[in-house]
Design a protein around this ligand. Structure first.
Ligand code: FPP
Length: 244
């Protein structure tokens, strides 16, 4: 890993990495396989990403697993993905629990099939006490609707007389989002060569560094994660100010 070292001090690691896991379908097509196989391999790469973050001491990882637009995919693919989420939770929960991962979910979880919702609840309850890595899985998630939901929550408070409209500010808006309590991502990685955010963490990405990689998600491994970190460390984050 080519992380630049100066005066023996390692550069600051990001607190929060968020990943748009893209390219499962193309990975399968290149092997003349059904696209569902691509998602299965993609679930294995999820394990790699979690392991990599644990090894590197990254405290927050957020994965875009199913967007609010993904419901438009063929029913067979949607069912397969729901099955994979269940399989992943059932199979990985013990390991995640043992390795200190706190599992979290964002998105319209109430739109998921009941059996997926039950496993989501189980994962939340079983890992609640963990502190090493907060793994947030975005399911039926869309950034715009998350912002609209937050606005509705604040509107309810205004209607109840608990908040004045002029007191609405960034500081009380952010805790009304699904990501309340989670720091904004420092680094967003998108695989497969596409260069868009696709409605992911629209509020939270304000100052994130964006890294686009050509690797297809099922092939993503620790080396890709380290390469993304190298690119992150080569950037100069100014937050609208000037470098000194
Ligand atoms: C995008 O690739 C990927 C998805 C819509 C699904 C992501 C799901 C997984 C990685 C599976 C398991 C996840 C968890 C959390 C267990 P695409 O299908 O749009 O690929 P394409 O653009 O090449 O067609």
């Amino acid at each position: 890993m080519g992380i630049v070292q100066s005066n023996n001090l390692l550069p600051e690691m990001p607190d929060h990495i968020a990943i748009i896991m893209d390219g499962n379908g193309r990975w399968a097509a290149r092997r003349s396989m059904n696209r569902l196989k691509g998602h299965e391999q993609g679930a294995k790469a999820v394990r790699e990403a979690v392991k990599g973050c644990l090894e590197l001491g990254i405290p927050y990882l957020t994965l875009f697993a199913f967007s609010s637009e993904n419901w438009k995919r063929p029913q067979e693919e949607v069912n397969h993905l729901m099955g994979l989420f269940k399989f992943f939770i059932k199979r990985e929960l013990n390991e995640l629990k043992k390795s200190g991962v706190k599992v979290n979910f964002i998105g319209h979880i109430n739109k998921l099939p009941q059996d997926v919702q039950s496993l989501v609840e189980l994962a939340l309850n079983e890992t609640r006490q963990n502190t090493k890595l907060v793994l947030t899985i975005a399911l039926s998630y869309g950034g715009r609707s998350e912002i609209v939901d937050a606005a509705k929550r604040l509107a309810v408070k205004v209607k109840a007389g608990e908040l004045e409209p002029e007191d609405i500010c960034e500081e009380n808006f952010a805790p009304s989002l699904d990501t309340a309590g989670i720091p904004d991502p420092d680094l967003i990685i998108r695989t497969s060569g596409e260069k868009r955010l696709s409605n992911f963490l629209l509020w939270q990405c304000a100052y994130a560094e964006l890294v686009f990689q050509d690797v297809l998600w099922p092939d993503f491994n620790k080396e890709n994660l380290e390469n993304a970190l190298d690119e992150y460390h080569s950037r100069c984050r100014r937050y609208g100010a000037i470098s000194v």
